[in-house]
Design a protein around this ligand. Structure first.
Ligand code: HEC
Ligand code: HEC
Ligand code: HEC
Ligand code: HEC
Ligand code: HEC
Ligand code: HEC
Length: 510
């Protein structure tokens, strides 16, 4: 359609078309090639079941950029050429082109030009919407810069949020956030292409820290969760990989006064409660100063006993308002510690529990330091084989299959939780839920944070959970592991023989 331009010139200028100039011709070639590329990629993208993420980058970002560049070059060439010709014959060629819609040829050319322009605008609008959608897709965020995002993407795929798109947490609602993220995003694309990124990608990434609002698109902190049963399985470091089990009620709680009993762990999130804190490191692992303001407006300031913060430093320091991410910092990128991963595999039977010392040896092999994933995979296989061939020759000879299966599972654990290239593992990205492998809740609830009137942020073991049962080798350390029989308040005979809803109908009745 760009070739229409010269036809709009006065009849005396039509001898040699204005477009015959090097700049416009290069532009035309560029535009035509890009258009053909777009058509081809569009077709490939359309027919392939799982399109390669790079096709997306080419189709929705690179090729359109070249198309627009080509069109701009054509225009620039026309303008330059016109200026050159005008210089030769001043006065003959007027300053601006004359369009006379009464001349049929010019009218047709004009109509043709306008309709082409309209189609182009329409297609680019659709195209830019697709590009917009594409830059928001999990494919773009997680796979395109694959080595950079591999740790986050791999762990994301195994998390409860695997079906939630990256942007749902990292961009959140509203145009302001969108522009913000695209601006910092463009820098990140540049950084990824030119290898200008830090390893590991630090947490938090400025501008990408999800906010409470993003979680609240789906979760509602006022919901009262009550107490929830969680069972923790562990295996010992001994020859028999002795199993242990802890069952506890986690008092998640929640709510605010008008929707339910405000209590439990989500108490922090009550709209009326505000907890602010000062952290001395970027990852907020060291918290010497905490202030809480409760529903009645009473405030308390807790200081770590070993803190050396001066009042001036406290005055100047940034105070963070505690929100979901201070506890749920790993809702999606969970870098499970090897100890937990191997326990999970033993529990699921992916690793044979009867192999002597497999828990201990598996964790040892996983926690050694390796320079590359390949080196790790070879190292893990060699270590486990060496252990059994030297220490348990009979097991090594007779139990080849489970040993191989254990090695394969350990290698899988390594590949999905430890990323030597990006220098990422459970130690670089601590999980703040709980307190078992990292300080987590004990950053504040360590019994060492005291207020001026002697109040302590509680560390009592039943503040957050109630242990119901504890078993070792299947033997209860604490009784009740089978529960106690339900006693009906009035004797109605054998409970298995009655239908509860016969009497309890939700209305008036028992
Ligand atoms: C359920 C919400 C959620 C989803 C979905 C999600 N993230 Fe995250 N992401 C987080 C949180 C929370 C952090 C830690 C923020 C902090 O502590 O500052 C984080 C951190 C990161 C980091 C910084 C490094 C790190 O591990 O702390 C990167 C990079 C990242 N996410 C990329 C992605 C990509 C790519 C996707 C999609 C494949 C994605 N995220 C999906 C919540 C999410
Ligand atoms: C787009 C919706 C969406 C967003 C946004 C979202 N989540 Fe979720 N979240 C879910 C769904 C759905 C589940 C349940 C997954 C399942 O159990 O299959 C879930 C589960 C969870 C769980 C329970 C995990 C478990 O192990 O059972 C936690 C904790 C959680 N989300 C925290 C967060 C936090 C913190 C954020 C903000 C960073 C967030 N979510 C953002 C949809 C979302
Ligand atoms: C003080 C730390 C803390 C804060 C702050 C916090 N949570 Fe939680 N949340 C927990 C703990 C602990 C659990 C229990 C689950 C567990 O142990 O894995 C939990 C459980 C959950 C669950 C899962 C409930 C289930 O069905 O198992 C969701 C969803 C959740 N939180 C969302 C949120 C959201 C959204 C916010 C912010 C508005 C938030 N949490 C703030 C500590 C916290
Ligand atoms: C930034 C510091 C900080 C962190 C981190 C923190 N808390 Fe707290 N927590 C507090 C403060 C302050 C109080 C209020 C103590 C008071 O004034 O009685 C509190 C109170 C509580 C209470 C008691 C609520 C009640 O009913 O009285 C529970 C339960 C609790 N926290 C659970 C947790 C859990 C679980 C975690 C880790 C996932 C955690 N907290 C992490 C600061 C923190
Ligand atoms: C401030 C809240 C809080 C306090 C105080 C607390 N815990 Fe916990 N604890 C948690 C949370 C939350 C979890 C669950 C972590 C998870 O979901 O992975 C947990 C998990 C555990 C587990 C299971 C860990 C595992 O992986 O097997 C044990 C055991 C435990 N706590 C013991 C204790 C003991 C003993 C004390 C007293 C010294 C204590 N806790 C004090 C919040 C707390
Ligand atoms: C024959 C009628 C009948 C049947 C069937 C029955 N109940 Fe009841 N149930 C009662 C009566 C009457 C009360 C009230 C006792 C009182 O107030 O002292 C009651 C009370 C209860 C309560 C105490 C809470 C309340 O509402 O007072 C529970 C819990 C309960 N029943 C559970 C069950 C369950 C579970 C079943 C089914 C296995 C069941 N009941 C079957 C008659 C029945």
């Amino acid at each position: 359609m760009s070739t229409e331009r010269p036809k709009l010139q006065g009849p005396e200028e039509r001898k040699i078309s204005l477009i015959r100039n090097p700049v416009s011709l290069i532009g035309a070639a560029l535009a035509a090639t890009s258009l053909a590329t777009i058509a081809f990629l569009f077709f490939v993208n359309f027919v392939s079941v799982r399109p390669n993420p790079y096709i997306g980058v080419l189709l929705f970002m690179v090729a359109p950029a070249f198309l627009i560049l080509g069109l701009l070059l054509i225009l620039l060439g026309l303008l330059l050429e016109r200026r050159r010709r005008r210089k030769g014959k001043p006065g003959v060629i007027p300053r601006f082109p004359r369009i006379d819609l009464n001349v049929p040829a010019q009218r047709n050319a004009f109509t043709f030009f306008v309709s082409c322009a309209a189609v182009f605008v329409l297609i680019s609008a659709m195209g830019s919407y697709r590009s917009y959608e594409f830059t928001d897709s999990v494919q773009f965020c997680g796979q395109t810069c694959h080595t950079v995002m591999q740790p986050e993407y791999t762990t994301y795929l195994q998390s409860p949020h695997a079906r939630v798109e990256c942007v749902e947490c990292h961009v959140g609602p509203g145009a302001g956030w969108y522009v913000h993220s695209k601006l910092s995003g463009s820098y990140q694309v540049y950084a990824a292409i030119f290898h200008k990124y830090p390893r590991p990608i630090p947490t938090p990434v400025a501008n990408l820290r999800p906010a409470q609002q993003t979680c609240e698109q789906c979760h509602w902190p006022r919901k009262f969760y009550g107490a929830q049963l969680k069972v923790f399985y562990h295996y010992g470091d001994d020859e028999k990989n002795t199993p242990r089990q802890i069952r506890m009620l986690i008092n998640t709680g929640g709510a605010q006064p008008n929707t339910g009993l405000p209590a439990g762990i989500h108490w922090h999130m009550n709209i009326e409660n505000r907890i602010t804190y000062i952290a001395t490191d970027a990852q907020h692992q060291v918290i010497p100063w905490v202030q809480s303001r409760d529903m009645q407006g009473r405030t308390a300031v807790y200081m770590a006993k070993d803190s050396s913060l001066t009042p001036e430093q406290i005055g100047k320091a940034t105070k963070h308002l505690m929100d979901c991410i201070d506890c749920h910092d790993r809702p999606s990128h969970i870098f499970t510690p090897p100890d937990r991963s191997v326990d999970d595999s033993l529990l699921a039977g992916r690793i044979d529990r009867s192999l002597p010392f497999i828990k201990q040896q598996g964790v040892l092999a996983l926690t050694k330091s390796y320079n590359t994933t390949d080196e790790a995979l070879r190292g893990i296989a060699a270590d486990i084989q060496r252990f059994y061939s030297t220490k348990y020759a009979d097991v090594y000879a007779s139990r080849g299959t489970p040993i191989q299966a254990a090695i394969a599972d350990l290698q899988h654990i390594y590949q999905s939780t430890i990323f030597p290239y990006m220098k990422v593992d459970w130690r670089t990205h601590p999980n703040n839920i709980g307190h078992f492998y990292t300080p987590g809740c004990f950053r504040c609830h360590d019994g060492q944070h005291v207020s001026s009137d002697g109040k302590v942020i509680p560390k009592d073991c039943d503040t957050c959970h109630t242990v119901l049962a504890q078993l070792q080798s299947g033997v209860p350390l604490i009784k009740h592991e089978e529960g106690i029989p339900f006693e009906h308040p009035v004797d109605i005979g054998d409970l298995t023989q009655v239908s509860c809803s016969d009497c309890h109908n939700g209305g008036v009745g028992p």
